[in-house]
Design a binder for this molecule. Sequence first.
Ligand SMILES: NC(=O)c1ccc[n+]([C@@H]2O[C@H](COP(=O)([O-])OP(=O)(O)OC[C@H]3O[C@@H](n4cnc5c(N)ncnc54)[C@H](OP(=O)(O)O)[C@@H]3O)[C@@H](O)[C@H]2O)c1
Length: 320
Amino acid sequence: MGDLEKKSKILIFGGTGYYGTYQVKACVAAAHPTYVYVRPFKPHHDPSKSDLLQEFKSLGVTIFEGELNEHEKLVEAIRQVDIVIVTLGMPPIMDQLKIIAAMKEAGNVKRFIPSEFGNEVDRISPLPPYQACCDQKKVIRRAAEKSGIPYTFVVANTYGAYFVNYLLRPYDKKSNKVAIYGTGEARFSCNYEKDIAEYTVKVATDPRTENGLIIYRLPKCIITQMDLISIWEKKTGRTMEKTYISEEKLINLSETLPFPDNVPMAILHSLFVKGEEMAYDLKEDDLDVVELYPEYKYTTVEELLDIFLADPPKPVLAAF
Ligand SMILES: NC(=O)c1ccc[n+]([C@@H]2O[C@H](COP(=O)([O-])OP(=O)(O)OC[C@H]3O[C@@H](n4cnc5c(N)ncnc54)[C@H](OP(=O)(O)O)[C@@H]3O)[C@@H](O)[C@H]2O)c1
């Protein structure tokens, strides 16, 4: 067992976000001393954030309060840890340059995992609104490579719970309607966020992944929309009424809707029409998460749907 793996202290930026919450819990579950850097809570903020911070505290998580432009606070927090994982969402993604500057000054970080957790941004060519998001992530990649701080880029592919929730709407037992983007035949890797987060703790503490790019294509999670719907129909005993949303329609919406509503259209096009996340072959130096951790029992798509059937999630996503 390497030094990093043993007792590394892990600091998470964006820990109160959708994916960040999974990441914080995975670090705690793996018994790493866990730290979260959060914006100061203000009375007008959503009270559920205060509840979440209380929950983190009860799990033993140390909370640092500060803004991302408070350089000294960043350096002070970073000096107390070994590993930095960023799970910030899209608007503040470029603020990672401030985190990189602070890590360089602190000089102690043994691994940096930037906020990626999506597609292989150097190898896909999506429609312009999504390309603009990928371009920001590429800037952060290049800055990480130049920084001298050991890093790992995590290509987590499709968030399973997020997109099953969006596509199948398991919270609405009365509706049998389902939208299909394109022909519904493109493959994607529908990975449960809990597994992504638990794999990422392993990745962050593994000497084999230093300065590498790791891809999460989980064989029993690779599926098409049509197959996903078919499994759902069998499990629920319902027949879904399918509406096809054509490629032309998605392209048109990505060109005509104002920002940021145009971005999800371009993401749907990349994922479900072009199937971009499965469209490239792995290179020799790409790391494959399943090969590195064969002992980890990830959640298959079938099992993910069972979880949703037993305990339907709240509709967390706006329809797009
Ligand atoms: N693979 C997929 O299917 C998929 C899907 C969605 C997202 N992603 C990726 O996953 C990563 C995380 O995305 P997410 O959707 O989980 O993010 P999110 O829910 O939008 O998380 C936002 C986090 O960023 C913090 N934040 C927002 N603005 C901030 C600011 N100005 N200063 C400081 N903190 C700020 C929020 O803190 P507060 O609590 O203080 O607001 C929160 O902790 C991103 O890289 C995203 O592209 C992947």
